[in-house]
Design a protein around this ligand. Structure first.
Ligand code: 8YV
Length: 322
């Protein structure tokens, strides 16, 4: 029996590539291994049964409408699906799956890393040494703030937010959260729920953002909401860059209203809003949220579990989002 054909839009971890090659004919787009434009994707998709894609691949409504009839499933190597026009996929009868759960701890770790780097000015400090400008220890040099006892506000208390809350509790932080719905009491573990933005923002010594991208959340952290944060607050974003008004965030870093910001995601990646290069107290990471060996293998296997269900067994995929 002939094997289904699978388009891999990127080079995935070895263990994932090996398993994919065992069960599928592998197809790859021409060109560099990075964010894929629709033309390259369409050029490579002819005759494919499934596509293993990633965030940043341009799967908008127009591209989906032009995918070959043979494509039955898009398995994205991400929990976020804002790069895929889900309605257009539904209209075409193409299943879309994602990778929930397996990246929650790794992403929460990067959020905590950014919180620590911001609070303790670790990025600035490292840059000082690398510039050979450290003149020696001084009692008031590069003083940060202690996290113990501070309020961590988690915007979007899903799986990643809850992992971050677990880590932050261990550091003595007090947890506040803003969510569409309140968690059950046993899941809340003492965290304070906020049903509206202003009271939530006013309670954030540190704001950690975990909301999805897309039109509904575009520019959510705007000048007015930043102004509602206490003076000296820290902002961290490991969700999607589109949820932040970059100019407003830079302005608040320059004015001193915000103490620091830590960003792992950016609107228009891999380009970065120019103002961040000169903004004080900002730590920038290149979308590392899920980048651990263990997590990336698990994400790839989750994608293959979904692809196998549809393409090898004609069954319902376990992590279907559309
Ligand atoms: C992905 C992410 O690894 O899962 C997501 O939504 O943002 C990342 O952790 C990356 O976007 C590649 O798809």
């Amino acid at each position: 029996m002939s094997r289904p054909t699978l388009l891999l839009t990127r080079r995935f971890p070895d263990a994932v590539e090996t398993r994919a090659a065992r069960d599928y004919e592998i197809r790859r787009p021409e060109g560099p291994d990075r964010t894929l434009d629709p033309a390259a994707l369409l050029a490579a998709a002819g005759g494919c049964d499934g596509i293993l894609c990633a965030a940043g691949d341009g799967l908008d409504a127009d591209t989906l409408a032009r995918l070959p009839e043979s494509v039955r499933i898009l398995a994205t190597f991400s929990v976020g699906t804002d790069h895929i026009a889900l309605d257009a996929a539904r209209a075409r009868g193409i299943a879309v799956t994602n990778t929930p759960d397996v990246l929650s701890v790794a992403t929460a770790e990067i959020a905590m890393l950014l919180i620590l780097m911001c609070a303790r000015r670790a990025g600035e400090a490292e840059r000082l040494l690398r510039a050979r400008e450290w003149a020696g220890w001084a009692p008031t040099q590069l003083m940060g703030v202690t996290l113990e006892g501070k309020r961590l506000g988690i915007l979007g208390m899903g799986r990643i937010g809850r992992e971050l809350a677990r880590m932050a509790r261990g550091m003595g932080m007090r947890i506040h959260y803003r969510n569409r719905t309140r968690l059950a009491l046993d899941e809340e573990e003492g965290a304070t729920f906020h049903g509206e933005d202003d009271a939530f923002l006013a309670a954030c010594d540190v704001l950690s953002m975990h909301i999805p991208g897309g039109a509904a959340t575009s520019g959510w952290l705007n000048a007015a909401r930043i102004a509602t944060l206490p003076r000296g607050a820290i902002v961290v974003n490991t969700g999607r860059g589109t949820t932040v008004d970059d100019a407003a965030l830079c302005e608040a870093l320059h004015s001193g209203h915000l103490r620091a910001a830590g960003l792992d995601v950016f609107a228009g990646e891999p380009a970065i809003f120019e103002g961040y290069h000169s903004a004080p107290n900002v730590t920038l990471l290149p979308h590392l949220g899920s980048a651990t060996i263990e997590t990336r293998d698990a994400m790839g296997f989750r994608c293959l579990d979904n692809l196998d269900a549809v393409l090898l067994r004609d069954a319902e995929p376990p992590h279907r989002v559309a």
